[in-house]
Design a binder for this molecule. Structure first.
Ligand SMILES: Cc1cc2nc3c(=O)[nH]c(=O)nc-3n(C[C@H](O)[C@H](O)[C@H](O)COP(=O)(O)OP(=O)(O)OC[C@H]3O[C@@H](n4cnc5c(N)ncnc54)[C@H](O)[C@@H]3O)c2cc1C
Length: 446
């Protein structure tokens, strides 16, 4: 047996489906996919992070008397070349977004592909309601997994002892520069590494449920990027926190990730269409969209969140909900545009979670927010950043203002000399307009 172990979004050696199922002669590989990379800017932080993680994986594999061949190119062409070496099969972890599915189906025709659920806990194909249809609502979905979520431990995958490294030119490693990228400065969360991030979790858990929405605090786990690239597996995270005090609510959040992956698997069209099937006449004004992207809406909390995202690649969950509501309800712009923008910017960009959450925010999704639930950004900033700590840390021109002004529509303009835009929409009017339009759209489909 000769296998290719194709590492992609599972850059680890622990709890690895690839290493568990490997047998015979193996060629572990990673491909920097030209098709994906060509749309990214030269200083994309994710590419630097993946590059460092791939080198780290190579070193870990070397310690196990294995290695990692690293390619840059089009997967189809690379596998066509590898086929000549007589490999029997390719092992990899499965991805359910449309690009990945199409790519994998093409590779499967070159060398048979064995796909494993390696980035999620649950196999979505194996979990259905009693009537044989998939769950669409989170709470019953989560309750139905009671046995799993309440268990003390989920078995992790062991490493096969029946493997031998296939001789290959492992020494040739493309540099970031040769692929058209430069080394970006990474945020501290990523440079400190997953071990340190994990160490901080126990002290966060006791207040997680209460503090997780206060975006000026560092109260959440910061694990999403590590989960996204498989530096750690969700099973490892589950096992790590399971027997800690106050872990229940955190585990529930981990299963939102599972839920959105489950929804994308069962409803692949939700990547492109409103899950609810309603037809909406969105606002197509490009200038409105650009003002949102750049953080120039004149609403302090929205602008701080967007500018912070543009600068760092991070956005707190509560802020993601607020800016998504503002874009899709107050500006009435299609969630797909917001989803694409997040895909470009978020370090933890995960197709399933991003699509599911955007559809949730736009009230078009599975188990979505009701269409009449429109976040008032001013109420939200008052509730979760009363002293304006986060807003002031991002919008320097507002740093000397009384924070109470941030929570009143156009409040900051009581300072006449301020160079900051006026609010681009009236919150109450735009809310009413969105609700009317949703009502119209829902009637159209009745
Ligand atoms: C509009 C929008 C877009 C989003 N896009 C993404 C995305 O592209 N990638 C992504 O990983 N998350 C996404 N999320 C979910 C959530 O915002 C992030 O997972 C979370 O902010 C990451 O921070 P953390 O690791 O500190 O989370 P914690 O609060 O510590 O949660 C632990 C883990 O649980 C999972 N999780 C928590 N909340 C959610 C949620 N609501 N949905 C799905 N998984 C969740 C994540 O894997 C997270 O790392 C999105 C949410 C919204 C509202």
């Amino acid at each position: 047996m000769k296998q290719i172990l194709w590492f992609r979004r599972d850059l680890r050696v622990e709890d690895s489906a690839l290493l568990e199922n490997a047998k015979g002669e193996v060629l572990p590989i990673f491909i920097f996919d030209e098709e994906i990379l060509k749309s990214l800017p030269a200083d994309d932080k994710r590419v630097t992070f993946i590059y460092q993680s791939v080198i780290d994986l190579k070193l870990k594999l070397l310690k196990m008397n294995l290695d990692l061949a690293i390619f840059y190119g089009k997967p189809k062409e690379i596998f066509s070349k590898l086929k000549k070496f007589g490999f029997d099969e390719v092992l990899c972890s499965v991805d359910f977004d449309s690009y990945a599915k199409k790519r994998d189906d093409e590779i499967d025709k070159i060398i048979p592909l064995k796909r494993f659920i390696d980035s999620f806990i649950l196999d979505p194909s194996k979990h259905l309601k009693n009537d044989g249809t998939p769950y669409k609502v989170f709470t019953p979905f989560y309750k139905s997994l009671n046995l799993l979520t309440q268990s003390n431990h989920i078995e992790q995958r062991a490493i096969s002892d029946n493997i031998l490294l296939y001789p290959f030119a492992y020494i040739e490693v493309p540099t970031l520069e040769s692929m058209g990228f430069k080394t970006a400065t990474l945020p501290e969360i990523l440079t400190k590494g997953v071990k340190k991030v994990l160490e901080e979790i126990p002290k966060k858990l006791s207040n997680y449920k209460e503090d997780r929405d206060f975006f000026y605090k560092d109260a959440t786990s910061n694990l999403s990027v590590f989960l996204r690239f498989g530096i750690i597996s969700p099973i490892m995270v589950f096992n790590y926190v399971r027997n800690m005090k106050d872990s229940e609510f955190f585990i529930r959040e981990l299963f939102w990730r599972e839920f959105y992956n489950y929804i994308l698997f069962h409803f692949p069209n939700s990547e492109f269409d409103n899950f609810s099937g309603i037809d909406i006449n969105w606002n197509e004004n490009e200038d409105d969209f650009i003002r949102w992207c750049e953080g120039n809406t004149g609403v302090p909390i929205i602008d701080a969140a967007m500018r912070h995202l543009n600068e760092t690649g991070f956005m707190h969950n509560r802020l993601r909900m607020i800016v998504a509501s503002f874009l899709t309800k107050n500006l009435f712009i299609d969630w797909k545009k917001g989803e694409k923008y997040f895909a470009l910017k978020l370090l933890d960009y995960e197709a399933s979670s991003n699509i599911g959450s955007w559809q949730w925010g736009a009230s078009t999704g599975a188990d979505a927010a009701p269409y009449f639930r429109v976040f008032n950004p001013y109420t939200q900033s008052k509730k979760f950043d009363e002293k304006g700590i986060f807003i002031k840390s991002v919008i320097k021109e507002l740093k000397d203002l009384d924070s109470r002004l941030f929570h009143i529509e156009n409040g900051v303009h009581s300072d006449l000399f301020l160079s900051y835009p006026k609010a681009m929409v009236d919150i109450s009017l735009s809310r009413k307009r969105a609700i009317e339009k949703f009502k119209e759209a829902r009637n159209e489909t009745l």
